[in-house]
Design a protein around this ligand. Structure first.
Ligand code: C2E
Ligand code: CA
Ligand code: CA
Length: 599
């Protein structure tokens, strides 16, 4: 192991002994140093500690025991093995020799073999001890290293469990934990307040669907980067899932800082996001709730912020809403409606109403729009504006939509059979976004067409721009299939959705229906007709028909006719009515001419 010869210090006050031993050991290859007294020995050891000491016990002034004790008391030298030397006739105290720290003793006169063996024993014992010590420290180091690795792995796991891998933000679990901490603190300090915000991106799905998920991810990262900029270090920003973010703003006096923050966020989002290959605009709806000691559970905080966010979306997106307890009630009512809606489909609580559509040239009814009504056993008639969005969200729109389509087609067939008019009537049926995305839509349509035997040429489906934009991949094939069946297509609420007209070139659209918000503003004083003339001229250029909806006054009728709008629909002509009433109306063969109407 150790190739360098061991260093041995011999201490004896008898020079002869010193010489003898020294010669003997040098011959064996050891490095030998000598000391003639205890003091000298201590100095020699302190200058350079030997590997082993042969120490005479009986010496004047400082004896062997004393030297040994001193060396053992010094941490620098305490490990050096000491073998005592004693004359045979010396009365030595063996017990004391071991007590002060000696490891062995040799009696004079010396036998060469005995001395060597005892020295070798001690040296190899010491080497072995050193080896063990080394192994122990190595082992300890490895254990420490492994512990560190384990700790790191644990920290990483914890980080993964509490953070969103895409944005690196806190995830829902961590966010809920922070909400709990804030809530717990209100128990300690009842004055303590904080704000919880729920942020949901508007129209994020469109970005995802049209530009792809990678771009969607890139955008989410960019959004989280911007949001982080406006937050204080003590606040928490979390990605709750999809395009939803949560913000916890702690230690505030009232709602004002949260409102300020929301406004700052809107300001930040008003600039385009310059992504790798695209420039994208995105906005968000924010719900805010003020956290205080009235709250019992962190889940309620998030629920209320979420409810407020829904309100913000419902009132037109790109805005914030502050939660009020009434909102919770209306949310509960909506939940009740959802339950009722499931039952209503089985109980046949739905009735289809029909609103006449008038052809301006002849003033006659050219067809109808089918509009569903819900006769709720307790609430009476519930507006479709209220339950259609719920039906959309829950997927109940599919059975409901089928029901309306079947009924409307069946009714049209009946009127055609009765020959109430001497010309074919049309039936416009609304298709919501979700219905349009339904994979078996064409199958359902085919089934209804066969069942009701209606002529598909007289059926017109009304879809909104978002139905196309949110299903760009499937829209193309779907619309072509409808076209193959001679079914007509109408863009509903035109002008309110996407300002992109490009899709009009791409898809076979027959009719544009101008949204009622454009019609309302038309009165006798208005010289500005807004977008209406532009929409009509787009339609004409692209060989499409135009229907104006929501016509309530003769002025509106007159103005639209002047602008060469083809068709109209509104309370001026007729409200949506039950089939029976429409049959009666048709029998009177009504005709509307704006010249004969009072302004
Ligand atoms: P919409 O497709 O824009 O339907 C026209 C709405 O305008 C109808 O509201 C109709 O009653 C109303 N309306 C017609 N003329 C006038 C007018 O002169 N003045 C005013 N103020 N309103 C007028 P309704 O029936 O409440 O339906 C609301 C929405 O619910 C519809 O808007 C449509 O998006 C949806 N909806 C109705 N029935 C169905 C359906 O069977 N399926 C689907 N998917 N959606 C439906
Ligand atoms: Ca419609
Ligand atoms: Ca409409």
């Amino acid at each position: 192991m150790n190739k360098t010869p061991a260093d041995i210090l011999i201490v004896d006050d008898t020079p002869e002994n010193l010489r003898l031993l020294s010669r003997m050991l040098t011959k064996q290859g050891y490095n030998v140093r000598k000391a003639i007294s205890g003091q000298m020995a201590l100095r020699a050891v302190n200058t350079a500690p030997p590997n082993l000491i042969l120490l005479d016990i009986m010496m004047p002034q400082v004896d062997g025991y004393e030297v040994c004790q001193q060396l053992k008391n010094n941490p620098q030298t305490c490990e050096i093995p000491i073998i005592f030397l004693s004359a045979l006739d010396d009365v030595i105290d063996k017990v004391k020799a071991f007590k002060v720290g000696g490891v062995d003793y040799i009696t004079k006169p010396f036998h060469l073999e005995e001395v060597l063996i005892r020295i070798q024993n001690q040296l190899s014992l010491q080497a072995a001890e050193k080896e063990v010590l080394l192994l122990n420290t190595q082992l300890e180091m490895r254990v420490q290293e492994r512990t560190k690795q384990l700790e790191e792995a644990n920290a990483k796991l914890l980080e993964m469990a509490l953070h969103d891998s895409l944005t690196g933000l806190a995830n829902r679990v961590l966010f809920m934990d922070r909400l709990k901490q804030a809530l717990d603190y209100t128990q300690v300090n009842s004055e303590y307040k904080f704000a919880v915000m729920f942020l949901d991106c508007d129209r994020f799905k469109v970005v995802n669907d049209s530009l792809g998920h990678l771009v969607g991810d890139e955008l989410l990262i960019a959004i989280s980067g911007r949001l982080q900029k406006v937050l204080k270090p003590e606040d928490t920003l979390a990605r709750l899932g999809g395009d939803e973010f949560g913000i916890l703003q702690i230690n505030i006096q009232d709602i004002d800082p949260a409102v300020n923050l929301a406004n700052q966020i809107f300001e930040l989002l008003s600039y385009p996001f310059k992504l790798l290959r695209h420039e994208v605009f995105i906005n968000a709806s924010i719900g805010i709730t003020l956290g205080n000691n009235n709250y019992e559970k962190p889940e309620y905080l998030l629920r209320d912020a979420d409810t407020a966010m829904y309100q913000a979306k419902a009132s037109g997106k790109a805005r914030y809403h502050i939660f009020t307890p009434e909102m919770h009630n209306s949310a509960l009512q909506l939940l009740q409606l959802e339950t009722d809606l499931r039952r209503a489909i089985n109980q046949q609580e739905f009735i289809v109403y029909y609103q006449p559509i008038i052809e301006f040239n002849t003033g006659k009814i050219t067809g109808f729009e089918a509009l569903v009504r819900w006769y709720h056993p307790q609430r009476g008639i519930v507006s479709p504006g209220l339950f259609i969005p719920i039906a959309e969200e829950t997927g109940l729109i599919n059975p409901l939509g089928n029901l309306v389509m079947r009924e409307a087609c069946h009714q049209l067939y009946k009127w055609q059979q009765q020959k109430i008019t001497d010309y074919p009537l049309t039936m416009s049926i609304n298709l919501s976004v979700r219905q349009f995305a339904q994979p078996n839509l064409i199958e359902q349509v085919d089934k209804i067409l066969t069942e009701t035997q209606v002529n598909p040429q007289n059926i017109k489906l009304e879809i909104t721009e978002s139905a196309i934009m949110e299903n760009t991949k499937t829209a193309d094939i779907l619309l072509k299939k409808l076209r193959e069946r001679y079914i007509k297509l109408c863009i509903d609420d035109f002008g309110t959705g996407y300002s992109s007209l490009s899709y009009l070139h791409l898809f076979p659209v027959d009719t544009l229906k101008i949204d009622r918000s454009f019609i309302w503003s038309i009165d006798d004083k208005s010289t500005d007709l807004g977008l209406v003339p532009a929409i009509i001229s787009i339609a004409k250029t692209m060989r499409m028909n135009v229907v104006a909806e929501g016509i309530e006054t003769p002025i509106q009728f007159k103005q639209l006719k002047k602008l060469k709008c083809d068709f109209g629909q509104g309370f001026l002509f007729s409200k949506p009515l039950e089939a029976e009433k429409i049959t009666q109306l048709l029998k009177t063969n009504p005709q509307w001419q704006c010249s004969t109407m009072n302004n």
